[in-house]
Structures are given as structure tokens and as C-alpha cells.
Design a protein. Structure first.
Lengths: 436, 454
């Protein structure tokens, strides 16, 4: 059986599934329930200095749904813990003592002064917590007070605070990054320069989940007004995975441990994040929607998949996809694929046809010999994959590569065995300059 | 003497009172908003959608479903009514399993079509509950048109004519308008007086007068109408009922299924409606199924449909046959009645003969079968009775015993159109009648106004 025990920057946990710093990890009661269900660790909801912050008294959350009210995207305007610091510290110490095999990481956010960080680090160390996570991501409320993403958006601040923390604690330091920036590599590099042991990402994305069209108020609406909240849940997973991969393959940050966060709902989501370089994963929205029990599916699913594929430990999986993430300019332009429609699986909905006909390359028939029939016209198909994506039947339309030597009916050329990319393409002005 | 279900002969009050309410409740309860959204989400919004092609009124089904999905049920209803002003009734009575839902790509993919009929009902219910009138009448044309029959064909024709600014008078032989919607469809498909609500909704556009109790051939002739109106549309349906030509057909307790259904639909108190303890229904169409199921629902202990051919030959859809079976109706195939036998002046049973196909022709095997019965319903089809139409002098050509019409609904007589079951081209479906009435109205409008311009 696969070994899914995790060692993330020296913090050990029975599995790589941690609960992210968020409402589910705000107090002992919730965290103990989570550990009972099997969660490998928690990042305790962000501690701040007393007096504690206050939250709005409703609503704190917004969502977007599928037709059957399945939550696809979620957002919140909740702040860091609104409980007194000592209460949290006491509970953290107690829970860590009772659950020594689980990872206990404490999220922190205090004003940008070394003394403030120093003093809270000392208090956290006394709890015997395994590590700290610096909340540089929170995009609402705290950022307006010069904390959270207000720090995370300035690489120099990240570096500075990370360095203070490393100098003032024995605990591993994880820097949580905000996605509300233009290039995620800059804050990640800053964290590394500051000596951080790892980064975790993504925090939530600035968002408005909807607008009440009766009173023209953004949602969630508090007494007729709304503000941007942090977006998360399945909808943000592709954005998060790209950011994880960017850091994993950046020469300046390559090899730095990453804790992957962003819409992870199933074991498969977790495996994908890990393949792109995450050493472990953190979950929040899925737990908030379905409860803590989902971790059992994640544990079994990951373990069963690893057994099936012969992966023995998490190290066999982590970062395995990173070498295959590249820049567009290095993609092989001599790779030619054509869509193929499996006529036995086709239910004749015609969506491939109308998508291709209206918006793409007019490469799918709708009628052949007077009969409703959908078939790819190779002489027009550019292999764009649109039909594959819109087809409601899985595996009915597939994109099949042409073999070397085969004729591409669209261009009239045979498929070359050579790898050729944009950097050497005759249409590339930069390539011409290089050749001259 | 045995009471209730076990009382012999033809009697009412076979069931406890509350059972009647349950038995005749809505066959398909309305979808609530969430159910409608979930079901609408199943639609793939097909290109050149097969469902739309299968609909005789060519409703843009993917569009109306998408409008439901996006929270615009009124827009959805308008999409439906644009093509079919009786979209509410069709949503309830269409055999969707042989029309739109049969060709739904989800039926092909997973044997579970999008529930188009129920979605159509959801949208039309929203609009009709608000009495939302989507159509305004064009400027008055001064033209007057007579419509014979206030059934689906006549109502659809009248509405479209009124929309174009014409004045319409509908003459109907029965006490209430609605035709088969009011008198002919199984009660559990259209409960709660929906047929009359729909008539009111349709005539709400204005310019449509309905005169009930006016029968063609009795109270007026076709010549009267052609003399007094600018055009005439005939949509009076089928008045004749096919006979069995079987010994005992005249006995008390032998009734036409259509008459039984009409009485049932008009009954104030279903518990007082008499029904046999053992009922035999002869026939294989929708009327046979509707009569048989409702006989069971009224408390008949045994109900048997006897059909002279096989299951695959029945006009009733497989879904309807399964529905009957689920209500405890027994369907016997390959039997035909030889004679209906009486005892003490009352029906006692039916003697039938087994049938088979010999050289492609139906033939008796010579072997017979006896089924006990207190009541027998004849449901072997209806026919067009030309006498009221052609008895008055002018004569319309017939085809296969019904009024001959061209693709636009024009009869052999100038300025006379026809549609619905009284014409030869129909499939005797409500939705087909609606399409024909609507299309005839457009044809009339073109004829009365230079290519549609008043």
C-alpha cells in the first residue's frame, strides 16, 4: 500500500491534507472534529494582536452555483480570528498536546513592525506548534489596515517580514501568497530571499459573487452595500494551479516547498496540485460545503490511485508534471492533431457543429447525404479542441495526432518528424533577426 | 349484498370518498422552481434540435428551456405561445414520448429524455397564473371569420386570426368550449378546470366571440356561414363513433368510451359516477387507454382492454400502455369480440375469438375466450360524419372519409378552410390540430388581405 505520510519542511503529518487557515480552524471544537475525521493537519485561523478584530454580523459569504445549487465558487468577507489571542493560544497548545501526530501550523498577521512579530512569535512558540504561516494574502478588511495582501503585494515587505520571522523563531516559516498581483513569481522570490522555508498559495481572489438586480447591490450584501470578498472553491483551481506551477519551474524558486491551495475538493485535485509541485495541500471551501468527512475520500482516493500507478510515496508524485510545463514558444508546431468523432458514441446533439461553424473553423458537418451527421472535415480542422470541450459525451470526440509522414489535408504538407517551435519559425521577427 | 368495489353490475360509490381525489389528481404534478431549473440544466441546447423538428407546432424547445434555466419563465412562455397558443394543454396531454422526448438526444444517450412536457407546463403555468397576455391585436381589418368548433384547432385558428385584427365568431355544438380538451381527455391529465382557464386565456386577446350550443347542420349550415362571413374555418372534430358490428352491441351497459369520458369530465361528483365491477374496453388507442384507466380509478375491480392485434400495433404509446398496466388494467392482445352476452337484461360478459395474422391479414383462429363483464366500452375509433356539413347543399370534397384539405388547410370550397381531426391529414393529436388551426389562420389572413397586408 502507498505511503501517504507527509513531511513538509520538517512538519510531519499522517497525510498531505491540511485544513487551510479559515473559519474551520478557528477554535478547538472544530479542529478536534477535523482531526477525528482524519485531517493530517491544520493551519489555525490567523491570529492577530488584541483587541481582536470584529466581523460583520451577516452575511459573510457569497457563492455561485450550478443549476442544482452545487457550489462552484465561494467568497467571504470574514476577517482573521475575532477571538482573544490568549484563548486561541491556550486551545492551540491543548489540541497539539492531544493530537501530537497532526500538523499544527499557526497563521499570523500583525502590523509591519519587527517588534510586533517578535512578540507574537514568542507566544506561539510556547504552544509547541509545528510552524507558522504568514498571512500576506487576506484581500479584504485587513489589507485596508496595512496588513494581509497589502504586505503580500509588495515583495520588499514580504522579504523583510519573512527575514524577521526566521531570525526570531525556531519554527519553519511558510509565507502565504496573494494571487491579487500580476506575476506570482515576484512575491515567491521575495519570500525565498527572506529565508522562508516555503510558500503556500493561493489565498483568495478579489471578487464580487453577484449583484442583486432588485436593489443593485453587490453580493454578499450588508445592509444594501457590498465589498469585494475573497474568491475560492472549485472555480479558482485552474488559476491556483498555474501559479503553483510558475513558482515550481521558476529558476529562482525551483525546489522551494509549496503548499498548494485553491479549490481542492477531491483526491484528484490534490494529486494534480502535487504533480505541479505542491508538497502538500490545504483545503477550506470543500470542507465548508460538505463537512470534514470528505478527507476520508481524499485519503482513500490518493492512496488507491498511487497503488494503481505504483507510486510508493508522495515524493514519487510531487513535481512530476513540472518538467512538462513550458512556455508557449517552445510548443512543437509540427505536432498536428485532428478531431475524431466516434459515431457509435455520438448522440447527435450538434453542439460540435454549431460551435465550430459559428465560432471557429467550419470543420464539422451537420448533414451528410441528407442525414443528420456530424463528422470532422480534415481539410478545415486545425485541431483546436473546441468540439472536444463542448461535446456532452465523454470520449465521443477526441483529438488524435497525425503520425509522422501522414498528410495534413488542411495544409497539404506531410507531418514532419522534426521538433520545431516558434523561436525558429520563419514568421517570428525575433527568429529572423537571430538568423541574420 | 356486496358493497363498494365488489358490488355487481354498474354502480357508483365503489371507493372511499378520499380515494377519488387521489385517483384523479394530476398525473404529472407541476415542477417547482428548483426542479424546473435542474431539469432545464439537462438540456444540451442542441443545434437544429431534433425535439423541435418532432414538434408538430415547431416550438423552439431549446430556447424555451434555456429561458427557464436563466430565470425568465415569462420569456419562455412567450417562446412557446409564439408557436402554440395551447402550449399549456399540449404540455399536459401531448404524447411527448412519441414526439419531442422520443428524439431528445438524452433519450438516445441515457434513455432519460429532458422532461420537455413538464418544463413547458412550468413556463406556461407561470404566464397563465399571471394572465400575462403577450399578443396585441393588429389594427381592425373589418373582416369577419366564422370558426366551427371551439376545440384545439378552432381556438388556435381564432387566436391567430384575432391577432391579425380580424373579428372571429366561434360556433360550438356543446355547452362549453374546449372540444376534446373539455370533453375528451383523461381527467388526471388536465385536472382543476384547466381547459376552461385556457379558453379564457386564449380569448383574452379580444375579438373572439364564442357561441355555444350551435351545431352545424342543426342550427346553421355551411352556406349560412359563407354567406355571412368573409371566411370559414371548420374544426368540429369527429362526431361519429365506429360501431363493433357485434351481436349485443345495443345492450344496456354497452357504451361508447368517448361518451363515458365526456360524462366523467363533466361529473360534479366522481363518487356518484356509476361504473361496472368488471369492465371490458374494446380498442387499442388512446381513448381505450383513457377509458380503461379511469374505469379502474372509479373503482372497477377488473378492467380488461381487448385489442385485436399485437402490442406493437396499438395506437396508444408504450408509455400509455405501461401507465394502464400500472393502474391495474389488463391488456389482452390478439382477441376480437364475437358477441356481447346478456343475462337478465344486463351485460354478463364478452365472448371473444383469438386472432392471428394469416398472409398479412387478420384472421380468427376459431378458438374462443370468455371474459365476465358488467360494462363494455367501445373504443375502436371515431369517424367524420359528413351529413351536417354537406346535407345543406354545398358540398365539400372528402378524402378517406374526412374533409380534404391542402397544405394550408384550404378545402375544395373557396373561402372555407378546415383543420384538426375532421380533416384527413391529421394524426388526431391535440398538438397537430393546433398546428393546423394556426396555419389555416395564416392562410386565411393571406387570402383576406393582399399577402398579409390589410
Amino acid at each position: 500500500m502507498a505511503d501517504i505520510t507527509s513531511n513538509f519542511v520538517g512538519i510531519k503529518s499522517p497525510n498531505p491534507f491540511w485544513l487551510a487557515s479559515a473559519p474551520p480552524t478557528d477554535k478547538e471544537y472544530n479542529v478536534v472534529r477535523a482531526f477525528r475525521e482524519g485531517w493530517g493537519g491544520v493551519v489555525w485561523k490567523t491570529l492577530g494582536e488584541d483587541p481582536p478584530v470584529v466581523n460583520v454580523n451577516g452575511p459573510r459569504y457569497g457563492a455561485i452555483w450550478g443549476a442544482d445549487r452545487r457550489v462552484l465558487g465561494f467568497n467571504n468577507i470574514e476577517l482573521i480570528t475575532d477571538r482573544e489571542l490568549q484563548t486561541n493560544l491556550r486551545e492551540i497548545k491543548k489540541v497539539k498536546k492531544e493530537w501530537p501526530d497532526r500538523a499544527m501550523v499557526v497563521s499570523l498577521m500583525v502590523p509591519c513592525e519587527e517588534e510586533n512579530w517578535k512578540s507574537i512569535l514568542k507566544l506561539v512558540e510556547e504552544t509547541d506548534a509545528d510552524g507558522i504561516e504568514l498571512n500576506f494574502g487576506c484581500p479584504h478588511g485587513m489589507s485596508e489596515r496595512g496588513m494581509g495582501s497589502a504586505v503580500g503585494q509588495v515583495p520588499e515587505y514580504i522579504e523583510m517580514v519573512a527575514r524577521w520571522c526566521k531570525q526570531n523563531t525556531r519554527m519553519p516559516v511558510i509565507v502565504k501568497l496573494t494571487p491579487n498581483i500580476t506575476d506570482i513569481r515576484y512575491p515567491a522570490r521575495a519570500a525565498r530571499r527572506g529565508g522562508a522555508d516555503a510558500v503556500s498559495l493561493i489565498n483568495t481572489i478579489n471578487s464580487i459573487t453577484g449583484v442583486d438586480l432588485d436593489n443593485f447591490a453587490p453580493q454578499p450584501t450588508v445592509d444594501g452595500k457590498g465589498t469585494h470578498g475573497g474568491y475560492c472553491g472549485p472555480a479558482v483551481k485552474p488559476i491556483a494551479m498555474n501559479m503553483v506551477a510558475e513558482i515550481a519551474r521558476d529558476p529562482e524558486t525551483r525546489g522551494m516547498p509549496i503548499s498548494g491551495i485553491g479549490g481542492i475538493t477531491t483526491w484528484r485535485d490534490a494529486a494534480e496540485f502535487m504533480a505541479l509541485g505542491a508538497g502538500n495541500v490545504q483545503v477550506c471551501t470543500a470542507a465548508m460545503v460538505y463537512g470534514f468527512k470528505i478527507v476520508r475520500e481524499m485519503i482513500d482516493g490518493l492512496s488507491d490511485w498511487m497503488d494503481e500507478k505504483g507510486h510508493r510515496t508522495l515524493d514519487d508524485v510531487v513535481a512530476r508534471a513540472v518538467p512538462n510545463v513550458t512556455d508557449w514558444q517552445y510548443l512543437n508546431l509540427n505536432y498536428i492533431a485532428k478531431a475524431r468523432i466516434d459515431q457509435d458514441l455520438c448522440i447527435k446533439c450538434g453542439r460540435c457543429h454549431i460551435a465550430c461553424e459559428d465560432t471557429s473553423h467550419q470543420a464539422i458537418t451537420s448533414m451528410v447525404d441528407g442525414v443528420r451527421h456530424f463528422e470532422v472535415i480534415d481539410a478545415e480542422c486545425v485541431g483546436c479542441n473546441l468540439c472536444v470541450n463542448v461535446c456532452p459525451v465523454e470520449n465521443c470526440i477526441t483529438l488524435e495526432p497525425l503520425a509522422v509522414g501522414e498528410l495534413d489535408k488542411r495544409t497539404g504538407r506531410t507531418v514532419s518528424p522534426e521538433y520545431a517551435n516558434w523561436t525558429t519559425h520563419p514568421n517570428n521577427p525575433a527568429a529572423r533577426i537571430a538568423a541574420e | 349484498m356486496a358493497e363498494g368495489q365488489f358490488r355487481s353490475g354498474i354502480a357508483g360509490a365503489r371507493l372511499p370518498l378520499e380515494r377519488y381525489t387521489d385517483n384523479f389528481a394530476d398525473l404529472h404534478p407541476a415542477l417547482d422552481q428548483h426542479e424546473a431549473l435542474v431539469e432545464a440544466d439537462r438540456c444540451y441546447f442542441c443545434y437544429d434540435a431534433p425535439c423541435m423538428q418532432a414538434c408538430p407546432t415547431e416550438i423552439d424547445i431549446p430556447m424555451f428551456i434555456r429561458q427557464i434555466a436563466t430565470g425568465n419563465p415569462l420569456g419562455s412562455a412567450r417562446t412557446i405561445f409564439d408557436q402554440n397558443i395551447l402550449g399549456g394543454m399540449c404540455a399536459r396531454v401531448c404524447p411527448t414520448e412519441t414526439l419531442c422526448e422520443e428524439v431528445c438526444v438524452r433519450e438516445i444517450a441515457e434513455g432519460k429524455p429532458v422532461q420537455i412536457g413538464r418544463l413547458q407546463r412550468y413556463a406556461t403555468d407561470v404566464a397563465m397564473r399571471q394572465d400575462k397576455q403577450f399578443y396585441q391585436r393588429a389594427a381592425p381589418t373589418g373582416r369577419r371569420i366564422a370558426v366551427v368548433g371551439a376545440g384545439p384547432a378552432g381556438l388556435a385558428c381564432a387566436h391567430r386570426l384575432a391577432m391579425h385584427g380580424h373579428e372571429v365568431t366561434i360556433l360550438d355544438a356543446r355547452e362549453k368550449p374546449g372540444g376534446l380538451n373539455e370533453y375528451g381527455i383523461a381527467a388526471y391529465k388536465t385536472p382543476g378546470g384547466f381547459a376552461q382557464e385556457e379558453v379564457d386565456y386564449i380569448t383574452g386577446i379580444g375579438g373572439i366571440a364564442i357561441e355555444n350550443g350551435k351545431a352545424l347542420g342543426r342550427d346553421f349550415t355551411l352556406a349560412d356561414l359563407t354567406g355571412r362571413y368573409d371566411a370559414v374555418f371548420l374544426g368540429m372534430g369527429l362526431a361519429g363513433v365506429n360501431g363493433l358490428a357485434t351481436e349485443g352491441e345495443e345492450l344496456s351497459g354497452v357504451d361508447n368510451a368517448v361518451d363515458f369520458i365526456a360524462v366523467l369530465r363533466q361529473a360534479e361528483d366522481l363518487s356518484q359516477l356509476p361504473i361496472g365491477r368488471r369492465v371490458v374496453v374494446i380498442g387499442g388507442g388512446m381513448t381505450a387507454i383513457d377509458a380503461a384507466i379511469q374505469a379502474r380509478l372509479l373503482g372497477a375491480e377488473e378492467v380488461t382492454i381487448c385489442y385485436r392485434r399485437g402490442k406493437e400495433h396499438m395506437n396508444a404509446s408504450e408509455w400509455e400502455q405501461d401507465l394502464a398496466a400500472s393502474k391495474g388494467v389488463v391488456i389482452r392482445h390478439w382477441v376480437r369480440p364475437l358477441r356481447i352476452v346478456e343475462q337478465g337484461g344486463k351485460v354478463a360478459g364478452v365472448e371473444l375469438e383469438y386472432t392471428t395474422l394469416r398472409d398479412g391479414r387478420l384472421a380468427g383462429t376459431g378458438e374462443s375466450l370468455w371474459i365476465d363483464a358488467d360494462q363494455v366500452f367501445k373504443a375502436i375509433g371515431q369517424s367524420f360524419d359528413p351529413l351536417p356539413l354537406n346535407g345543406g347543399g354545398s358540398s365539400l370534397e372528402l378524402e378517406n372519409g374526412r374533409i380534404r384539405v391542402d397544405a394550408e388547410g384550404r378545402t375544395s370550397s373557396a373561402m372555407v378552410w378546415a383543420g384538426g381531426d375532421c380533416t384527413g391529414s391529421g394524426e388526431d393529436l391535440t398538438v397537430t390540430a393546433v398546428a393546423q388551426g394556426r396555419d389555416a389562420a395564416e392562410s386565411i389572413h393571406r387570402a383576406l388581405t393582399a399577402n398579409g397586408r390589410a
